[in-house]
Design a protein around this ligand. Structure first.
Ligand code: UDP
Length: 311
């Protein structure tokens, strides 16, 4: 039986990865310090004999007894509000956390996949974003703590790959949504649902003409799993290329929830990317992957989830 360590296991993506690996017959060690993760996301796994939870901070020395086949490093605050509140923890988990995981991977001969992000492209000057684009990031701006941690993460992962021969994979994750997304993480999608469902004003930052491309979580997890099992060590974008404006997102959520909420425009945060859309040519050709879940389907499932979280 293959064994996988998943950091950030109690988070949105980490918990879905735990489900995926368990369903594929793996033994799963889920690790999380519960800074932004929640035990609620993995409470359905407590009785699983192949699942073990470690309440632990990956920025400290990591020890896993016995053999280990795979490491998925997904621990990190991941929404702009979270990493603005926790800048040092964000930098540490991307740097020290990645270093510890790479050391463990080297020691165990494990293959390691790191969760990078479309944020490495910053406020992009190339559209859609291909993996060859180096990005436009402000290192000392508010988002720099996340963007640069992830860029360092990619750099050190590549160094362990080329210098130590560690088997590594890099996924660049674009905006993703679905059940277990935190309602209060400050992201547009859960915030708009919460505001619409409570009849509060919908807070669109700036004029709402900025764009994002939203991928449903099951599609993302499928792409990541395929990348792990592939033999491709360069970064791969995984995301849904259907691009919409934030105004459009707000309108869709108002219509879907039948809300009377009004859109109000508030100040656009510094360095907020104006456009974002993944070029998924590589994922298609190398992994045979493309998203299958339409926004209408994915949003309907997500709305049902938020109904259980928002009164
Ligand atoms: N946004 C917004 N209202 C909110 C939260 C976010 O208009 O209450 C905007 C934000 O400025 C950005 C977009 O929605 O342009 C997506 O933001 P999110 O935090 O979801 O993710 P990002 O892609 O910026 O990491």
């Amino acid at each position: 039986m293959k064994k996988v360590l998943i950091t950030g296991a109690a988070g949105f993506l980490g918990s879905h990865l735990c489900d995926k690996f368990l369903s594929e017959g793996f033994k799963v060690i889920g690790m999380d310090n519960l800074l932004t993760g929640s035990l609620e996301n993995i409470e359905h796994l407590v009785s699983e004999k192949n699942f073990e939870f470690q309440h632990y901070d990956v920025t400290k020395f990591v020890h896993v007894p016995g053999e280990l086949d795979y490491i998925m490093h997904f621990a990190s605050p991941a929404s702009p509000i979270d990493y603005l509140k926790m800048p040092i923890q964000t930098l540490k988990v991307g740097s020290l956390g990645t270093l510890n995981c790479l050391g463990l991977a080297k020691d165990k001969g494990a293959r390691m996949l790191i969760a990078s992000t479309s944020e490495v492209y910053g406020d992009p000057l190339v559209h859609p974003q291909t993996e060859e684009y180096w990005g436009n990031v402000n290192p000392v701006g508010p988002r720099g703590v996340y963007d640069e941690a992830k860029r360092f993460m990619e750099a050190i992962t590549m160094a362990y790959h080329t210098f130590h021969g560690v088997d590594t994979r890099i996924v660049r994750i674009f905006n993703t949504y679905g059940p277990r997304m935190r309602v209060d993480d400050g992201r547009a999608l859960p915030t708009f649902f919460a505001q619409a469902m409570k009849g509060e004003d919908i807070t669109v930052f700036g004029d709402g003409s900025q764009t994002r491309s939203f991928c449903y979580v099951s599609d993302l997890i499928d792409g990541i799993y395929r990348l792990l099992l592939s033999d491709y060590a360069q970064p791969v974008n995984i995301g849904n290329p259907v691009e919409i404006t934030i105004n459009q997102l707000a309108e869709e959520i108002i219509a879907m929830t039948g809300s009377n909420s009004k859109v109000i425009n508030v100040e656009l945060p510094q360095d907020d990317p104006k456009i974002r859309q993944p070029d998924i040519t590589k994922a298609k050709s190398i992994l045979g992957w493309e998203p299958k879940v339409s926004r209408a389907e994915g949003m309907a499932i997500t709305y049902e989830y938020f109904k259980t979280k928002i009164n």
